[in-house]
Design a protein around this ligand. Structure first.
Ligand SMILES: Nc1ncnc2c1ncn2[C@@H]1O[C@H](COP(=O)(O)OP(=O)(O)OP(=O)(O)O)[C@@H](O)[C@H]1O
Length: 303
């Protein structure tokens, strides 16, 4: 087993009336950014907290490189985590916040300057934490997580509070950390962001796994919902030919028809057979936003 592989197996957390996480299993590979997606209340934070030994599972295990967090020999060099907008002593400067952690963890003091530079906060090093914007606090949180140069990075909704430029910066940083072999697990409900950032996706709803795979695999698994856009001067003939195949045909308003239930070759064959002239035949891939909504629709309520 690889050093930085995360394996979640049968992980379960029941609170009094809520199955926050329900027999959840998935793996997260090193060298890749994995997006951990789910609607509000899906159980993402609870899962990450169990992985980091901050919440005790009702059942199941979560391991990093084959070991539970509690059994890691050198946790600070193994896992760095940013669980919520970083909190720090309000009157302390950014650099001092990091130096305090270095001192407590036995890291060299110079490491504080290195990670501060890594997150682009050097110009604000001597400003007090209370004057930091939410985006700057997120950056400081990441800096703190990177102090031990960990193999695994776990971030809960790191894009929260970041402006578009901050989000781009975060994306580049996380991708480059993964490209250097680290395991990067990022929770989010920002699907558009995950589409740009993640290599792999783990999608949960109501505490349960709904999909795991590469971004492309997850999209392909939803291929049945792909629509075929077709344009023809013989709308009625094509519509009735497709109706025989039980396809659903919806006028798109711009003169095109949107067809579901039959793939593009099927539409082409039906048109040929019916002697219908086609002016356009395109597959409209569903975007991740739609895939995600379809996968998790209705699940948030049944808890
Ligand atoms: N300490 C707790 N006691 C009782 N219920 C809890 C506790 N922590 C979480 N829950 C419940 O467990 C479920 C999952 O919560 P969790 O915070 O893990 O979801 P999430 O996916 O991180 O959601 P969000 O995106 O809103 O942060 C929710 O219904 C939540 O109310």
């Amino acid at each position: 087993m690889s050093d930085g592989q995360i394996v979640v197996s049968g992980l379960t957390k029941h609170y009094k009336n809520v199955r926050a996480v329900d027999n959840l299993s998935f793996t997260v590979e090193p060298g890749r950014v994995t997006g951990f997606l789910g609607p509000n209340g899906a159980g993402k934070t609870t899962t990450l907290r169990m992985l980091l030994n901050l919440v005790k599972p009702t059942a199941g295990t979560a391991t990093i490189g084959g070991q539970r967090y509690a059994d890691l020999k050198d946790p600070l060099h193994t896992v760095g985590a940013v669980l919520e907008a970083s909190s720090a002593h309000k009157g302390r400067t950014g650099i001092n916040h990091l130096r305090v952690i270095c001192a407590a963890a036995g890291f060299p003091r110079s490491r504080a300057d290195e990670v501060l530079a890594m997150v682009g906060l050097t110009p604000a090093a001597k400003r007090k934490f209370k004057g930091y914007s939410l985006g700057m606090r997120q950056r400081l949180g990441i800096a703190a997580a990177m102090l031990g140069d960990p193999k695994v990075l776990v971030l809960d909704e790191p894009a929260n509070g970041l402006d578009p430029e901050g989000i781009r910066w975060m994306r580049d940083l996380l991708k480059s950390l993964a490209a250097h072999g680290r395991t990067v697990l990022v929770s989010s409900h920002l699907l558009s962001e995950m589409q740009l950032l993640a290599d792999d996706l783990v999608i949960i709803a109501a505490g349960k796994l709904v999909r795991q795979g590469t971004v492309t695999q997850v999209m392909d698994s939803m291929a049945h919902s792909a629509e075929v856009r077709v344009r023809t001067p013989q709308v009625e003939e094509l519509t009735s030919a497709l109706a025989e195949l039980n396809a659903t045909v919806t006028p798109n308003g711009d003169g095109a028809l949107l067809v579901t239930g039959v793939d593009a070759p099927g539409v082409g064959r039906a048109a040929l057979k019916a002697g219908v002239e086609l002016h356009e035949l395109t597959v409209e891939r569903p975007d991740l936003e739609r895939v995600f909504l379809e996968l998790t629709a209705g699940k948030a309520a049944i808890r």
